[in-house]
Design a protein around this ligand. Structure first.
Ligand SMILES: *Cc1c(COP(=O)(O)O)cnc(C)c1O
Length: 403
């Protein structure tokens, strides 16, 4: 971490109190612009808000993205409250309840992404009752995911979408439902991929299933949504994804998609990659102790705020997130330390054998890549500690991100 960043994080911890998350709006917006630019504007960029649904962040990102992907009635309400136009909202998720679907129809969402036959039937009834034709996308679960995806949601029995082999029958059923207007297709097979060639290979699989589905539907789609799967470098031994490399590997696939579907809008749906690196989790060391040869810093925050940093969210191997003691300048390690949280379970460890130049009571620890899947993906009720602060830093303005 460079020294300016370190001082800035320390100042924020002193000013805002710990434990807290800080999200740098300019960095998230710059990331969105970088993704847009890397693919030469070929993609509309949609933000899957489950990665971080903090209201102030959503307001700050609203104009930077082309749409938001929501996965619950609660997320739908947040996207609308943030000022995202209903027509730019897509509603995905395998278990949408009837009341949530009704709210989406009433709001006029741009598309409901269908994930089962029964859901199509319920949605058609709701649309008929509301007197509208609801635009829908069909989510397709390809029969394979390229090697190298961290977390996969296809190529095996899954709750998500329609298996590609069942798509023709699903579309035949859909044709009997005039209340639903087929606008295109959607695929999201996996995420946290750091291999440019695997990301492009995954999109090639999407292109293949989209083409087969369009043939089966006998219509030309208006919109094709590609779940991006772009990963973050969470750990010291990982290299950040090189977007130019992704674009280079994906160029033939994008050219094929353009040629095959000249009318379709291509949308890249992504969450963590847009916001993850723009956030840090700031903790203070409450107590230090030595236990059987290990020096431990017990911090004021833990996995109740940040399950992922403790290795319990979508991670097979427990590995440390990148972290630093921002109370001291970077320098040679004085030793390796364990950083624990305050929870009464041995699972509450945020770092093992972390080399740090110092570890003292009162020091501030910053955990990087914490802008996605933080509090929203953590068991915040555990042990009844207060929630972490969440702050949106926008230039020299700081606002409560939760408001
Ligand atoms: C979770 C999810 C995303 C975002 O995933 P990231 O790993 O945050 O990029 C996108 N689309 C769908 C359908 C999802 O469920």
């Amino acid at each position: 971490m460079n020294d300016d960043r370190r001082r800035r994080l320390l100042a924020l911890a002193d000013r805002l109190g710990t434990p807290c998350f800080v999200y740098f709006l300019d960095e998230a917006r710059a990331r969105i612009a970088a993704v847009r630019q890397a693919f030469g504007g070929a993609f509309a960029i949609t933000y899957a808000i489950k990665a971080n649904p903090a209201p102030a962040l959503l307001r700050g990102l609203r104009d930077a993205v082309d749409g938001m992907d929501v996965s619950s009635g609660g997320e739908l309400a947040r996207a609308l409250a943030a000022g995202c136009p209903a027509a730019a909202i897509h509603f995905t998720g395998p278990g949408k309840r009837t009341a949530e679907l009704a709210a989406a129809v009433a709001a006029g969402v741009g598309a409901v992404v269908l994930e089962s036959r029964e859901e199509a039937a319920v949605l058609a009834d709701l649309a008929r009752a509301a007197g509208v034709r609801q635009r829908v996308l069909v989510r397709i679960a390809p029969d394979r995911v390229p090697a190298g995806f961290g977390d996969t949601m296809s190529g095996k029995p899954v709750a998500f979408g329609i298996d590609e082999e069942d798509v023709p029958a699903f579309l035949a059923d859909l044709r009997r439902r005039p209340e639903l207007a087929l606008a295109g297709f959607h695929a999201y097979s996996g995420t946290q991929c750091l291999k440019p060639d695997a990301i492009a290979a995954n999109w090639a699989i999407f292109a293949r299933v989209f083409a087969a589905a369009a043939d089966a539907a006998g219509t030309s789609p208006e919109q094709l949504v590609l779940g991006a799967g772009l990963g973050l470098a969470y750990h010291d031994d990982q290299r950040p994804l090189d977007l130019a490399e992704v674009a280079r590997h994906a160029a033939p696939v994008l050219a094929d998609l353009r040629a095959r579907f000249p009318r379709a809008q291509l949308a890249l749906e992504t969450g963590r990659y847009l916001v993850g690196d723009a956030g840090a989790y700031l903790l203070r060391v409450l107590r230090t102790k030595d236990s059987r040869g290990v020096r431990i810093g017990i911090c004021d925050g833990g996995f109740h705020h940040h399950l992922a940093a403790a290795g319990m969210f979508g991670m097979v191997l427990k590995r440390n997130f990148r972290l630093a003691n921002v109370s001291v300048a970077d320098g040679p390690a004085a030793g390796t330390f364990q950083l624990s949280g305050p929870l009464c379970t041995s699972l509450d460890v945020l770092g093992r054998a972390v080399p740090l130049p110092r570890l003292q009571q009162g020091d501030v620890i910053a955990i990087a890549a914490s802008g996605a899947y933080g509090p929203t993906a953590s068991p915040t009720g555990f042990l009844s500690h207060p929630p972490a602060g969440e702050w949106l830093v926008d230039g020299d303005q700081i606002v409560d991100a939760r408001a």
